[in-house]
Write a protein that binds this ligand. Structure first.
Ligand code: ADP
Ligand code: ZN
Length: 538
């Protein structure tokens, strides 16, 4: 039988061609496939659509043909398991899955075939893989030398710093401890430096070779606009650029999903809602329609998208800001998987900053965790406030150096920047003086009223019209000051206290702005005072 398996053994190139029908490997696939087929451990970071599946499927087939037995694929998503197993069957590869959709008899049947070594790739959910029953079956395979390879898909799920932490992934260390000689390949489409280090540590991949692809998605055009009326802005964007196209619109809350889906429908678009609070049947129906019909706009929370492989999504819009760059990258990455041009469009405003900061502050997590989350949020905020190439910053966040892309809003029409340092100093000193005078802090609206010299009831009630900065910022409009505040908060030069009615608080970072050591540069969208006056006259 050794001779028989020798004769059946095929090179990875042959398998790529004969089984999958592809002429050549794409990018780093070749190196990964050879390394893993030869029994090496690997950590693969490759963007969505890059072709991760073949990186373990071809080694699995090659190793099975040379008598090494079964590859176990750990995957968190039932829908994805079904798709992959279906596609492998069509290619003539023996594959199966074990998950909650099988009944007892079907489960036993799969297990029997696995134990006989008939299955090349077995897909299983992480919680299944680590059960005593399954582990004893793996023991049996291992004793007979028929446990070939472990592939751990969506490996970022092991990290609590990632955006999709799944505690079941933690238990996967047992694979390494129990079957030390069996090679392992872990794969993910998203991991910044911190998440990457966490994957290596948690899955004990210190010895694994790392294959890091470029995370660039050159066909995606990134645009981030200042939020005014998100619904109207979104409608205008879709009408202007994506009439009749399929797209996904991400919102922060279920209520917002429902309202926005309704507004889009009222405007004549083919929009459907999707969030975890909807009936499972409704969710399934909406998802199916999105996949099958043309030109559906899915309005969704982040519950939608993972494992949904629709190649011709032409735009991904965010009407609320996500938590961090990993989330943003993952969600926008669902556009343009076919390689054709696609838009990543986001509307972002002061309220987003305040909301995200508040969510972190109010979460029950420990202080260390909150600090990490704040750092990740800050990175996203600086991407949103940037007036240089978005792609350079995005890729830079994943540790990749690049040059201006020519395919983002800032490259296509470089924003005018104006010096908002004066406005920033006036705002900060107003906040300081109000705090000194009244012993309590106030919110953005009140502070702006004082600076612009509006003697409202509240201003008079506290005697704030007597503060020395009252009216010294009358040349600034409210939107301009909001822009300045947003950037001060985004850069940490000002804090919002969610526990105290969203009042503004000075920080360590306020000092250098107050002293004039830090410049505050603002994008043109927050137009300069002079320009604004000119426009008002005409
Ligand atoms: P990922 O899991 O990284 O998002 P997939 O493994 O689903 O990506 O692959 C994305 C698409 O690219 C699939 O349609 C796949 O068949 C195709 N593909 C992968 N590798 C190749 C290749 N070497 N040549 C041609 N097409 C490929
Ligand atoms: Zn650019």
């Amino acid at each position: 039988s050794a001779l028989l398996s020798e004769s059946l053994a095929a090179s990875p190139e042959q398998i790529l061609h004969d089984v999958f029908g592809y002429a050549r490997f794409r990018g780093p696939q070749e190196g990964i496939v050879h390394h893993v087929t030869a029994g090496g451990d690997a950590l693969v970071l490759m963007p969505t659509g890059g072709g991760k599946s073949l990186c373990y499927q071809i080694p699995a087939i090659a190793r099975h043909r040379s008598g090494k037995g079964v590859t176990v694929v750990v995957s968190p998503l039932i829908a994805l398991m079904h798709d992959q197993v279906g596609a492998l069957h069509e290619a003539g590869v023996s594959a199966a899955f074990l998950n909650s959709t099988l009944d007892w008899e079907e489960t036993q049947d799969v297990e029997r075939r696995m134990l006989r070594g008939e299955i090349t790739l077995l897909y299983a959910a992480p919680e299944r893989v680590t059960t005593p029953r399954f582990l004893s079956q793996l023991d049996s395979l291992h004793e007979r030398g028929k446990l070939s390879l472990f592939a751990i898909d969506e490996a970022h799920c092991v990290s609590q710093w990632g955006h999709d932490f799944r505690p079941e992934y933690r238990a996967l260390t047992v694979l390494h401890e129990r079957y030390a000689g069996v090679p392992r390949i872990a794969l993910t489409a998203t991991a910044d430096a911190l998440t990457r280090a966490d994957i290596v540590e948690r899955l004990q991949l210190e010895e694994a070779r790392q294959f890091v692809s470029s995370f660039d998605r050159p066909n995606i055009r990134y645009t981030i606009v200042e939020k005014k009326d998100a619904t109207t802005q979104l409608l205008r964007f879709i009408e202007r650029e994506h009439e009749g196209d399929a797209g996904v619109v991400y919102c922060q809350s279920r209520k917002r999903v429902e309202d926005l889906a309704q507004s889009l429908c009222d405007a004549g678009l083919n929009a459907l809602p999707y969030h975890a609070g909807l009936d499972a049947a409704v969710r399934q129906k909406n998802q199916d329609r999105f996949l099958r019909e043309e030109g559906i706009v899915m309005v969704a929370t982040i519950a939608f998208g993972m494992g949904i492989d629709k190649p011709d999504v032409r735009f991904v819009a965010h009407v609320d800001m996500p938590k961090n760059i990993e989330g943003y990258y993952q969600e926008t990455g669902r556009g343009g998987r076919d390689g054709e041009p696609a838009d990543a469009w986001m509307a972002y405003g002061l309220q987003d900053v305040v909301n995200q900061r508040r969510m972190i502050d109010e979460s029950p997590a420990g202080e260390e965790f909150k600090q990490v989350m704040r750092g990740k949020l800050d990175a996203l905020l600086s991407l949103a406030e940037a007036s240089d190439c978005r792609r350079v910053r995005l890729l830079g966040y994943f540790g990749e150096k690049s040059t201006p892309c020519g395919n983002c809003d800032n490259c296509i029409s470089p924003p005018q920047v104006w010096d908002g340092t004066d406005a920033a100093r006036k705002l900060l000193s107003t906040i300081y003086r109000v705090q000194q005078q009244s012993g309590i802090s106030f919110g953005a609206g009140h502070v702006m009223d004082i600076l612009r010299g509006k003697a409202t009831e509240k201003v008079k009630q506290y005697g704030h019209e007597r503060i020395s900065t009252f009216g010294i910022g009358s040349e600034f409009s409210e939107p301009q000051l909001r822009g300045v505040l947003r950037q001060l908060i985004a850069t940490g030069a000002l804090a919002v206290d969610a526990q105290a009615f969203n009042t503004l608080q000075l920080t360590e970072g306020s000092r250098s702005v107050l002293r004039g050591e830090t410049q505050v540069m603002l994008r043109e969208s927050v137009s300069q005072p002079a320009e604004r006056k000119k426009r008002e006259k005409t």
